[in-house]
Design a protein around this ligand. Sequence first.
Ligand SMILES: C[S@@+](CC[C@H](N)C(=O)[O-])C[C@H]1O[C@@H](n2cnc3c(N)ncnc32)[C@H](O)[C@@H]1O
Length: 289
Amino acid sequence: MLGHTPVLAEEVIQFLDPRPGGRFIDVTVGAGGHSRAILELTAPDGKLLAIDQDESALKQAREALASFAPRVVFLHSNFRHVAELAGAERFSESDGVLADIGISSMMVEDPSRGFSFMHEGPLDMRMDRTQPLTAADVLNTRSEKDIADILYNYGEERRSRPIARSIVRARPLETTTELVRAIERVTGGPRYGRIHPATRTFQALRIFVNDELRNLEMFVDSSMHAVRSGGRIVVITFHSLEDRIVKQKFRAPAVPGRVLTKKVVTASEEELQRNPRSRSAKLRAWERS
Ligand SMILES: C[S@@+](CC[C@H](N)C(=O)[O-])C[C@H]1O[C@@H](n2cnc3c(N)ncnc32)[C@H](O)[C@@H]1O
């Protein structure tokens, strides 16, 4: 994954505490950055179940982690039913589960995926390209009210209604550039020192197309069943809607356990300088009783 540096890497290791012979699950293997560290620390015979719903990420992880191949099981799947996946792959009662939620630099930088308002591409936005629903389907077939609700609920976009109206008027929309134009008809163009006016709309569509919040809720509950007593769950999120879910689920867990992060963990000054993507990263950790 070009330019994808794993975020909060030291903190992930501190909380997961991988030791030789340990068994771990990385449900968002991506480019394999965090997985590599886990595999190194669990040598010589530790095992890793590496999951991703994006086939191209999984392909890249397979290549990046080739030298660890006998100790890794790769799986193309959604993480929401992680306990069932763990059971089927003989990873029940694991020592820890890691989720580094969100999209990878590889996805954002690939124009054909349609995630970025910076590149012209089709309005796709599917992390799992075997799923039927795309962003174009949502924008071209949903009612104006539905679109406004999506922008408001998942993007906290204050101008959701006029933007939804502009989108419906511009139908059919096929490319990211056409969507940016429809948004800018309401907001005006980008302004120095402000976030790009399309940021919230793109975020909202991505979350909706990939059902990200529901998947995260189901994942946190399920992950607690995938670890042994003393096993740990570490989750990194990138915006407040997700962090709220993790915080609440850890406080009222599906099985007994305790929160290890009294305060949410964020990137150090040094990491912020090195990796701008870490700016909005929030880490929370939990341990099963
Ligand atoms: C930020 S990247 C992970 C980067 C990785 N930790 C590394 O060090 O390279 C997030 C990954 O999570 C995957 N992902 C997001 N939601 C998922 C889900 N519901 N099920 C499985 N994978 C998911 C994405 O496809 C993406 O590859």
